[in-house]
Design a protein around this ligand. Structure first.
Ligand SMILES: C[S@@+](CC[C@H](N)C(=O)[O-])C[C@H]1O[C@@H](n2cnc3c(N)ncnc32)[C@H](O)[C@@H]1O
Length: 167
């Protein structure tokens, strides 16, 4: 995973910068949330959401061990109404989309959670059994209201950035 879609590469592709608010959907134990928190710094904030209690437990332990103060966790599924609206500059969705049963509802909630002009950065990596193709990702994101703005990589491992349009 690190070789195909390393954490620094994905944070660079998503243009995560100091001071930003970042929503990491399907964070797992924090492979991306922890370095994102370091990158956004004290003026920024990262919210990590995961549906599995064991993942959130592991991430909470890491947050405590490392004394991270700008990273909070939410236990729950995307689409369940647990994330605040119009709060985030960036959202990450890395090797998660294929695991979500109601993808349209999930992407609509991410759309609502982003500020106008905010970016959803979706990455899919082929060895993942739930891998989604670029065509599927584009169609789903566009149906939720997003516009495609950038694409990186190839079929084996790709990132697509989608923007929430300004009103
Ligand atoms: C393959 S892991 C990827 C973890 C992380 N994004 C990374 O790149 O290291 C997928 C994660 O998505 C979570 N997940 C699956 N469905 C979800 C949902 N509906 N809402 C939130 N998280 C979900 C899983 O619990 C799991 O931790």
């Amino acid at each position: 995973m690190e070789w195909l879609a390393g954490r620094d590469l994905l944070l660079d592709r998503a243009h995560v910068e100091p001071g930003m608010w970042v929503l990491d959907v399907g964070s797992g134990p924090g492979r991306l949330s922890l370095p994102a928190a370091a990158r956004v710094g004290p003026a920024g904030r990262v919210v990590a959401l995961d549906i599995q209690p064991s993942m959130i437990h592991k991430l909470n332990e890491r947050i405590k061990e490392r004394g991270v103060s700008n990273l909070e966790t939410i236990l729950g599924g995307i689409g369940e109404g647990k994330v605040p609206p119009a709060a985030f500059d960036r959202s990450l969705l890395v090797s998660v989309l294929g695991e979500i049963p109601d993808k349209t509802r999930a992407l609509r909630e991410i759309y609502t959670a982003l500020k106008p002009g905010g970016i959803l950065s979706i990455t899919e990596v082929f060895p993942d059994p739930h891998y989604q193709t670029r065509t599927t990702v584009r169609k789903l994101a566009q149906a939720a209201g997003f516009s495609l703005v950038e694409s990186f990589g190839n079929w084996l491992a790709f990132t697509m950035n989608f923007r929430k349009n300004e009103p």
